[in-house]
Design a protein around this ligand. Structure first.
Ligand SMILES: CC(C)(COP(=O)(O)OP(=O)(O)OC[C@H]1O[C@@H](n2cnc3c(N)ncnc32)[C@H](O)[C@@H]1OP(=O)(O)O)[C@@H](O)C(=O)NCCC(=O)NCCS
Length: 170
């Protein structure tokens, strides 16, 4: 298997992770998001098969996104002179494993590759956290991969904001 960055030339064949929005994003939207500099997608390929994909975009964790107690914990991780109203993050905009490959640790392996890749890439810019609007059905998957709830506040019917602290890799 190999991880490739989506380009305008990437041939996109069918992908089915069991979720229509995630399936159609890859085939219909990912190139447009790249073209307009909204998000960059990465595809895990196994020969001609798309095993999984994710996309990334810039984000921040702001005071207003978070409960008071969670914000205290986040701010407490910084010395006083570095306590700001928001901290830089990278958002996992989409993350999906093909139904054919689910349950074989591929999601976890891919998450570790993603973290390693972002942790080691040349520091043209800095960020502290990964964020994700986790589907309710995927919350346990993210928990098992070191993500925590950013806010217990209900955002909407089907997602919760979660985060991972990149300092945990050090
Ligand atoms: C969620 C998803 C990415 C997980 O990928 P995967 O390759 O099946 O996950 P893994 O095999 O690495 O699972 C790792 C652990 O998370 C658990 N897990 C995986 N998917 C889960 C889910 N949907 N709900 C609860 N737990 C889940 C597994 O049981 C496993 O636990 P274990 O280590 O105790 O056995 C995949 O199921 C998927 O693409 N789902 C549809 C799309 C989706 O929900 N994407 C997330 C959008 S926010």
């Amino acid at each position: 298997m190999k991880l490739v960055k989506l380009t305008p030339e990437t041939e996109l064949i069918g992908f089915d992770c069991g979720d229509d929005d995630l399936n159609s994003f890859l085939v219909e939207d990912a190139k447009g998001f790249l073209d307009k500099r909204i998000a960059t997608s990465y595809i895990l390929e196994d020969g001609d098969n798309i095993v999984a994909y994710f996309c990334l975009l810039n984000d921040k964790i702001s005071r207003q996104d978070v409960t008071n107690s969670q914000w205290k914990k986040i701010k407490g991780g910084f010395p006083e002179r570095k306590q700001f109203g928001s901290y830089p993050a990278i958002k996992i905009g989409r993350f999906a494993v093909s139904s054919k490959y689910k349950g074989h640790n591929i999601g976890t392996d891919l998450m570790n590759i993603l973290k390693g890749m972002l942790g080691e890439s040349p520091n043209y810019s800095s960020f502290r956290y990964l964020t994700v609007d986790a589907y309710l059905s995927a919350i346990d998957f993210y928990r098992k991969n070191g993500f925590r709830m950013l806010s217990e506040k209900i955002q909407n019917d089907h997602t919760r904001l979660m985060f991972f602290d990149m300092m945990e890799l050090e």
